[in-house]
Design a protein around this ligand. Sequence first.
Ligand code: UTP
Length: 297
Amino acid sequence: MPVDIAVIPVAGRGTGLLPLTKSQPKEMLPVGRKPVVQYVVEELARCGLRKLLFITGPGKAAIENHFDINAELIAYLRETGKEDLLGELAFERDDVEYFYTRQRQPLGLGHAVLCARPMVEDRPFVVALGDSIIGPTDRCDIVSRMVEQFEREGADAVIAFGEVSTEELSKFGIAKPRGEAGEVFVLDDLVEKPSPEEAPSHLAVTARYVCGPKVLEHLAQTSPDAAGEIQLTDALRSLIAEGGKVLGVRLRADERRYDIGDFESYFQAFTHCALTDPERGERFREYLRELIDSTEG
Ligand code: UTP
C-alpha cells in the first residue's frame, strides 16, 4: 500500500516558548519568511505526501486559516496592482488535500497520533511534528528516504535520527542500534532522555516517522506516563520488544533539525533562515557582523 497520508500533530501546549505561545500556536511562529508549519507542509508535499491530516486543538485555528485559499486577499492584491505578491500565496495551490481532526485534550504525542486512527485505519502513514523544521528547507528529502526503506524492507516503522552532542542527550529519545549504525540501521531499543552514561548512542529521534498499522495497535495499548501523557516512543519500544522491525534512517551531514520548542533552537532556526534568505541574507549577514563587532569588548 503506498504511503500517501501524513499526520501532523499540532495540538501541544507549547509551554517551552511562553509567553510567545500564550495565544498563538508555536507551529505558526515565523521562521524567516514563513511560519514553522509551512516548512513542514512544503517538505511533505515535496516528498510526495498528498493527504495531510492535522491533529489540532484549542487555540490552533490560525493553522487552518493559513492553508485555506484566501480569495478576498487574492482579489485585493490584483485590484491594487500588487500582483507581484501573489507568488507569496502560491503554496495555497499546492497539490495536497488538508484534513483536520481535534485532539480534545493534549494528552501527549502518542495520544495525538492515535486521534488519526479513524482516518488512516490500517494504512501506513508518516508522522511529521508540526513544530520541527528539517533543513535545508528547499530540498530535504528525509521522508522520501524513510518511505523507501519502509517499503523495501517491509518494516513496521521507520524513525529519523540525527546526531546530538553529549549535553543534548537528556532532551531526546536515543537509539540503541543493532551493531554499527550506518545510514540505515535496525533498532534494538530506544532510551528516553538518558544521562550521558546510560546513552547507547548519540542518535536522537528527529521529528519524522513512518508508521505501519502495528504502531497504532501498540499505541492503543500504551498506558499514560507519570505526567499522564501517552508517548509515541513507548509504543515504538513495545513494538520492538515484540519483535517488530523498526528501522532508523540518519539525517545526512548537510541536514539539520530545528525543534521550535525552546528559545535556543527557535533563535537558531530564525537566524539560519534569515542568513540564507536569497534577497535579504547578505545584508543580514553584514548587519550581524557589525552588531557582534559593536557589542564585543
Ligand atoms: P512537544 O513534545 O514539544 O510538546 O510536541 P508541547 O506540548 O507542544 O510542548 P511543551 O512541552 O508544552 O513545551 C511536539 C509536537 O507534537 C504536538 C505539538 O503540537 C508539537 O507540534 N503535540 C504534543 C500534540 O499534538 N499533542 C500533544 O498532546 C502533545
